[in-house]
Design a protein around this ligand. Sequence first.
Ligand SMILES: C[S@@+](CC[C@H](N)C(=O)[O-])C[C@H]1O[C@@H](n2cnc3c(N)ncnc32)[C@H](O)[C@@H]1O
Length: 318
Amino acid sequence: MGRAGGITSPMEPTPPVHIPVLLQGVLSFLQVRPGGVYIDGTVGGGGHAAAILAASAPDGRLLGLDRDPAALEVARERLAPYGDRAVLRRGSFADLIHLAADFLPADGVLLDLGLSSLQLADPTRGFSFSQDGPLDMRFDPSEGLTAADLVNTLSVRELTDLLYRYGEERQARRIAEAIVAARPISRTAELAALIERTVGRRERIHPATRTFQALRIAVNRELEALEAALPQALEALRPGGRLVVISFHSLEDRIVKQFLHREARDCICPPEIPVCVCGHRAQVRVLTPKPVRPDAAEVAANPRARSARLRAGERLAG
Ligand SMILES: C[S@@+](CC[C@H](N)C(=O)[O-])C[C@H]1O[C@@H](n2cnc3c(N)ncnc32)[C@H](O)[C@@H]1O
């Protein structure tokens, strides 16, 4: 989320390109070096990937994944100067081990979650409420239900749960009731206006922000994909290899934090069990006890970076 996660305001100009967030942090936590092998699970516009390829010259290799064929087209053009050092594949990072089978073991895995400025800026994708478009929101436009499908078919109760769980929206029930009373709804501007009429404008951010976030997370099953990807990302690394994840809202960040902290422990038995029965062994050294945040200069240059949080871990031997 953040610069790329749909938390944006209609006042904010959309940058014509996607600016990679926390770029220096990514390169240094990944310890990018010549000859290294890297997996960018969210290649997007190729910004981080290009920097990784430049820093791993002359012979580093990078596999870039994305669910969005349009993003892969942009990345293909951006990474063309690196020739066959860059390989791009369409797919979800939830299938990372399978998609990256010929890149294992890797020296580094990057996940830069959410959506890119390019997706947000394209009204035909339906991610933005500041420009009208069809209520779609799928990263992969060939797969699964659209936001309109959810909005027009879920019950009040299901919509309330969805908005509360994925948007942390306190007015979830009021919004869900208004949606059900007004359907069918097919356009982003229509939904944003309905929400504004229903709950009014009380905060700096648009009142539809949390609903749009919630729908996007649900449409793309983003939290499930992240939960599936993290163990695979760790498995993909050689001992000493690095995992870097940038998240843009607390739901994602909590999953990453809990995963890293759990995998950094030798025993994960519940505290009431006196003797370890789980046999779990630490697989990771946490490199970021606290998440790394962008500094004021980065946020000023790229306002969408403001909610970014980077966490990193190093795979332990064995
Ligand atoms: C924030 S952007 C990445 C930007 C990129 N780091 C750059 O510098 O240009 C996130 C990208 O992840 C993609 N994405 C989201 N969920 C995904 C998933 N489960 N698997 C693969 N790609 C995904 C989106 O389509 C989007 O292009």
